[in-house]
Design a protein around this ligand. Structure first.
Ligand code: APR
Length: 233
């Protein structure tokens, strides 16, 4: 472990599961409650914007009342104490990494905190329920959508993610099923770059075979233990 200076961490819904936020593909997950095609694609938004806006208003209200769990707090501690390069690339739209104390966080699938104006492209903090069609702070048009990346849309800041991976000595994947690309391909990109790879997940994921090491268990136990290990190495 002594030769680790730069760390890239990828997180998915599993890191927030113990905060009470539904994952997508576990039993009872979000995609069992709602069809992706109805609420998480540009076509769905064009077809029935009210259904999509209500879904994200509901998601946002559910997320807002949740609290960071020990996994978020351990990653916040690592961000504060780590002297090398550090980046949490999260697929999650919740802000629990930030509320757990992390600062170097990149939301590749957007965040529930922002809305995006389809008229003027301005992104703004999302306060009122979007179903009420609040005016865009930029242009005043009532054309706001959630600033989250839907299926078929490009994730944010992929170049910055790949640049961080090229400098990394360690890539750690936490709480993701490895079902959705390009996030799911990052472990292979890391391996191709000679980066050491570690998975912390409740169950085996679709990417488990690509990791040098996989530790299975709840994030609230595995992540604090790993943070202690890496800080005391
Ligand atoms: N601790 C650790 N891992 C957990 C826990 C837990 N308490 N609970 C669940 N997991 C793991 C599951 O084993 C699973 O591998 O978290 C993963 C959750 O997988 P998904 O529900 O597929 O969520 P995610 O991988 O984040 O989905 C990726 O798909 O729908 C899109 O945009 C959405 O960002 C999301 C993307």
């Amino acid at each position: 472990m002594a030769d680790i200076r730069n760390i890239v961490i990828l997180t998915g819904a599993g890191v927030s599961a113990e905060s009470g936020i539904d994952t997508f593909r576990d039993a009872g997950g979000l995609w069992e409650q709602h069809r992706v095609e109805d609420v998480a694609t540009p076509e769905a938004f064009a077809r029935d914007p009210d259904l999509v806006l209500r879904f994200y208003d509901m998601r946002r209200a559910a997320i807002q009342e949740k609290q960071p769990n020990p996994a978020h707090e351990a990653l916040g501690r690592l961000d504060r104490e780590w002297l090398g390069e550090f980046l949490i690339v999260t697929q999650n739209v919740d802000d629990l990494h930030e509320r757990g104390g992390a600062r170097r966080v990149l939301h590749m699938h957007g965040t529930h905190l922002n809305a995006w104006c389809t008229a003027c492209d301005v992104r703004s903090r999302w306060t009122a329920p979007l179903i009420d069609r609040p005016p865009c702070p930029g242009c005043g048009e009532r054309a706001l959508r959630p600033d989250v990346v839907w299926f078929g849309e490009m994730p944010y800041e992929m170049e910055r993610i790949y640049a961080a991976l090229r400098q990394a000595d360690l890539f750690v994947s936490i709480g993701t099923s490895g079902a959705v690309y390009p996030a799911a391909g990052l472990v292979r990109d890391a391996r191709d770059l000679g980066v050491r790879t570690l998975e912390l997940n409740l169950d085996r994921s679709q990417g488990s075979a690509w990791f040098h090491e996989s530790r299975l268990g709840p994030a609230s136990a595995l992540v604090p233990a790993w943070v202690n290990e890496i800080l005391e190495r």
